[in-house]
Design a protein around this ligand. Structure first.
Ligand code: SF4
Length: 334
C-alpha cells in the first residue's frame, strides 16, 4: 500500500468494512484465536525526560513518585507465574536510579525461578546496556518512536533526539531482541499525512511487536487542552496497522479501554492479538499515570473480565509464550 493510499483511507470518514474484515482475517490466519496476556509490572514512575504528553514527565510535580524494590518486583513476577502468565513486561520511566546491573540481576532471577519471558520497556539506553540486559535474559524490548515526523517528535520530546530513537531500535534488532515499537495516534500536530508515514515506518521496521494507542491528554501536562482522536478513526488505524504488519504481535492497549467503551474488544476485532493486564500493586499502579483514567483492578478480577470479554467474541486466552512468529528466536511459539 502506498503512503498516499494509507493517508486517504485514514482521512475517509466512511466505515470501511473491507479493512476490518481483512485485518481480522490476517490476525486469524497468522495468530489464531488465542490472545496472549502479558503481565505488566510498572516498577518506577520516575523519569528523567520531559515529554509534553506524558504524566510521568520530570516537571510534573503533582505526581507521587515511587520505585519498587527488587523484592517487590520479584514478588510481582511470582504472582504472574502463579496466575499462569507466560510473560512479564517490566516498564518504567527513564529512571536513572536503576543501574543496568540491578535490572540484569532482577531479570536473571525471574528467568531462573519462573522461566517467564521478560519484556523490558525502559527507554533509550547505551548499546552495552542493551547487550548486558539481553545476556541476563531479557527476551523482548519495547521502544515506541511515537511519531515518524522528526520535527513533531522533537517538539513533543524536547530532550530527545529522533535519530537516537531510531538508532536504538536498530540496535535492539541487531542484538536479536524481539523488538517492539509503535506510535501514539491523535497527537497534537500529527495530521493524516504524518499518520500514514508513521504506519509506513512501522511496516518497514519489520517489528516483532507493534503498539498503536490513542493519545489521551493528561491534565498535568502542557498538552492538557488538546482533544483526543475519535474512536472510528483510531480503530481504522489499528486495522491498517494489522494489514501493514501482518506478522507482528499487536496489543489492544489499555488506553483503548480507558478512552472508548469496549475499546479493547474493538481493537481485538480490528487485528489485535495481545492484552497487557496490569499487575502492579495498586498503591503504585495508580501513580503510573502516563495518561489519566486508568482503572486499577485486582489482577484476578481483571483476568476474569478478560475471559468473559474474549468468550463474547469467540476468542480465548493463549497459554503459549507468544514469541515472535518471525522466527529466529526460539522457534515458532516455543
Ligand atoms: S514518554 Fe517515556 S520518556 Fe517521556 S516522560 Fe513519559 S515515561 Fe518519560
Amino acid at each position: 500500500m502506498k503512503e498516499k493510499e494509507i493517508e486517504d483511507l485514514i482521512a475517509d470518514k466512511s466505515f470501511e468494512t473491507d479493512i476490518f474484515n481483512k485485518a481480522d482475517k490476517i490476525r486469524k490466519e497468522n495468530f489464531g484465536d488465542g490472545v496472549h496476556l502479558r503481565a505488566l509490572i510498572e516498577f518506577s514512575n520516575y523519569c528523567s525526560r520531559n515529554c509534553l504528553y506524558c504524566g510521568l514527565r520530570r516537571d510534573n510535580n503533582k505526581l507521587k513518585r515511587y520505585r519498587m524494590s527488587s523484592k517487590e518486583i520479584l514478588s510481582c513476577a511470582k504472582k504472574a507465574f502463579d496466575m499462569g502468565f507466560k510473560t512479564v513486561v517490566l516498564q518504567s520511566g527513564e529512571d536513572l536510579f536503576f543501574k543496568t546491573k540491578d535490572l540484569c540481576d532482577i531479570v536473571y532471577k525471574i528467568k531462573r525461578d519462573y522461566g517467564l519471558r521478560v519484556t523490558l520497556s525502559a527507554g533509550v539506553l547505551k548499546k552495552s546496556d542493551y547487550s548486558d540486559l539481553k545476556n541476563s535474559g531479557v527476551d523482548r524490548y519495547l521502544l515506541k518512536f511515537e511519531t515518524s515526523d522528526k520535527k513533531l517528535y522533537e517538539y513533543l520530546k524536547p530532550d530527545s533526539v529522533f535519530g537516537d530513537r531510531l538508532k536504538a531500535i536498530e540496535i535492539l534488532k541487531e542484538l536479536n531482541y524481539q523488538t517492539g515499537s509503535g506510535i501514539m495516534a491523535g497527537l497534537p500536530g500529527q495530521n493524516d499525512k504524518i499518520l500514514a508515514k508513521d504506519l509506513k515506518l512501522i511496516k518497514n521496521m519489520e517489528l516483532d511487536m507493534v503498539s498503536v494507542g490513542p493519545f489521551i491528554s493528561d491534565p498535568d501536562t502542557p498538552l492538557k487542552n488538546y482533544s483526543t482522536i475519535e474512536e472510528s478513526k483510531m480503530i481504522k488505524i489499528l486495522a491498517l496497522t494489522r494489514i501493514l504488519s501482518p506478522f507482528s504481535h499487536m496489543p489492544a492497549t489499555t488506553s483503548m479501554g480507558v478512552l472508548y467503551p469496549n475499546g479493547r474488544k474493538k481493537a481485538l476485532l480490528a487485528g489485535a492479538n495481545v492484552l497487557m493486564p496490569d499487575i502492579t500493586p495498586g498503591i503504585y499502579g495508580e501513580n503510573y499515570r502516563i495518561y489519566p483514567g486508568k482503572n486499577i483492578k485486582d489482577p484476578e478480577d481483571n483476568v476474569n473480565e478478560i475471559k468473559d470479554m474474549l468468550s463474547s467474541i469467540s476468542r480465548h486466552i493463549s497459554y503459549e509464550f507468544g514469541d515472535s512468529i518471525r522466527g529466529g528466536f526460539y522457534g515458532k511459539n516455543s
